[in-house]
Design a protein around this ligand. Structure first.
Ligand SMILES: *[C@@H]1O[C@H](CO)[C@@H](O)[C@H](O)[C@H]1NC(C)=O
Ligand SMILES: *[C@@H]1O[C@H](CO)[C@@H](O)[C@H](O)[C@H]1NC(C)=O
Ligand SMILES: [Zn+2]
Length: 473
């Protein structure tokens, strides 16, 4: 009965959506601003939103969700409030056990692949249809916080609980995933699990010979955690395109926009993809006093000039979405009285428009060549380390998410993700979108990382309703 009412409700709302929805959304946004202002004055929420009909049955158990976030944070190799959870470490193994246990408590059937991507499945009443997938990661770089990734895994399991409690019955099966190693900490490879799921042959090959800082091989480390396979052939992890009808990732924004604007939900329309470049210039060095200026070929000055050229080329794109950073600049020998004989730069550049970003890379290369010529230094290295394409969200999924926000009367805005996520790679095999929630000052990757339990609950509700819609579609 409940299930039927719920489906009908969604159906009705979908019809309303076709009609006048601009006006409704504008009006609701105004109301929310008033509530926000009142809340800012009082310091606590004025009232819980009141839901009509079966939407009222979408209730998040915030206390238990917060408790789980806190408990998961105790599986850490650094003291609270920081969290350090490295791939295949003892703490990672314990945290994985915790997640699998929660999945089972929610009635999901759990399976794992050869690198430890963990799936929990709720069978739909048409189980032969491609399922809807949601999830994120729980690994944490050294001395980081307890929300990055975690909100999208524990929140996904809670979204399933929300739907179960509401009486909803999925048509397409719903699955929760915990990705292996989104962070590059141990083996220098980010989004390891999702890259493999997306079928990266190159990565499967690379992992056969990858070792960590302690010279422990990837397969040894995986074996320690109970993963891997006899042949060391990770291609069994690959998923076929179309294995899932949709992928949705709930995540903290890791930027300040939502909090600053008082907007509850960010609907991600694109994920900017990074490229990184390593550059080395070599000159003759020499004594800082004895070598006269006209005689020098200073590798350090070449690097300085290239760093400024990076900024110039990025700004020339004319788009706020193009960014570039020289985050590493090392001089050799690094003595005050020695002209740098070698300079090494590492450059990160991102954009949501691939050709625009590639043009920036090309201009940086041209500048590096010209600067080397002008300063009579050798450009001994210009290596593009990675050059991933950006990903666009699927319009039908972002629409479903926006509709969910509207039905829940939550303020929302479209935005792009400047950080990248497992979604970037899932986009290669499935239509996807991401749901962002506000986080304190945009902090992440540090212990101060924080999202309020109310903001998390909003995210979980939007996720639950989005999954419901996608499951029925
Ligand atoms: C959203 O706001 C409208 C208009 O105020 C109200 O009728 C509706 O019940 C609200 N829905 C929810 C889910 O709060
Ligand atoms: C790393 O381990 C391999 C295989 O055990 C060994 O051959 C190699 O010398 C080691 N390298 C270092 C730097 O210790
Ligand atoms: Zn993350």
């Amino acid at each position: 009965m409940m299930a039927l009412r719920f489906s009908i409700f969604i159906f009705t709302i979908s019809l309303c959506f076709i009609f006048d929805f601009q006006a409704i959304s504008a009006q609701r946004d105004d109301e929310d601003v008033t509530i926000k202002t009142m809340e800012e004055f009082s310091g606590y929420p004025i009232h819980e939103p009141i839901y009509p009909n079966s939407l009222s049955s979408l209730s998040v158990n915030s206390d238990s969700l917060q408790k789980q976030i806190d408990e998961l944070a105790t599986f850490s190799d650094s003291p609270a409030p920081s969290v350090t959870r490295i791939l295949y470490s003892e703490k990672d193994v314990l945290a994985r056990r915790y997640i699998k246990n929660l999945m089972e408590l929610s009635g999901l059937s759990v399976r794992e692949d050869a690198v430890g991507n963990i799936f929990g499945r709720w069978n739909g009443y048409e189980p032969e249809l491609a399922p809807v997938l949601t999830g994120s990661h729980i690994d944490a770089i050294p001395y980081s916080g307890k929300y990055d990734g975690v909100v999208g895994v524990l929140g996904a399991i809670e979204a399933i609980n929300v739907l179960k409690r509401s009486g909803f019955k999925p048509k397409r099966s719903l699955e929760v995933i915990m990705f292996t190693s989104e962070e590059p900490t141990r083996f220098g490879i980010s989004c390891l699990g999702s890259r493999l799921l997306a079928g990266s042959v190159q990565l499967a090959e690379l992992l056969k010979k990858t070792v960590d800082g302690q010279n422990i091989s990837f397969s040894e480390a995986a074996k320690f955690a109970g993963y891997g396979n006899a042949k060391g052939d990770l291609s069994e992890v690959f998923l076929k395109k179309g294995s899932y009808s949709a992928f949705v990732e709930l995540h903290i924004e890791q930027g300040p926009i939502l909090e600053k604007e008082g907007t509850s939900i960010g609907v991600v329309t694109a994920i900017a993809a990074p490229a990184s470049i390593k550059v080395t210039f070599e000159g003759n060095g020499g004594h800082a006093g004895a070598a006269l200026m006209p005689e020098r070929n200073d590798a350090g000055l070449a690097a300085a000039e290239l760093a400024l050229a990076v900024e110039k080329h990025v700004l020339e794109s004319g788009s706020i979405d193009t960014v570039g950073t020289v985050g590493i600049l090392k001089l050799h020998p690094g003595a005050i009285n020695s002209i740098p004989s070698m300079a090494h730069l590492e450059i990160d550049t991102r954009d949501i428009d691939e050709s625009r970003r590639n043009l920036v890379i090309e201009k940086i290369h041209q500048s590096a060549l010209a600067i080397a010529k002008k300063r009579k230094v050798i450009l001994s290295e210009f290596e593009i380390v990675n050059q991933d394409p950006p990903a666009l969200s699927d319009e039908s999924i972002t629409k479903a998410t926006e509709l969910a926000c509207q039905e829940l009367n939550l303020t929302h805005k479209r935005m792009i993700s400047r950080a990248y996520h497992d979604s970037l790679f899932m986009a290669r095999i499935s239509p996807m979108d991401m749901i962002f929630i506000p986080c304190y000052k945009g902090y992440s990757h540090k212990p101060e990382e924080f999202s309020s339990v109310g903001d998390i609950a909003n995210g979980v509700k939007v996720l639950a309703l989005t999954l419901a819609k996608l499951s029925l579609s």
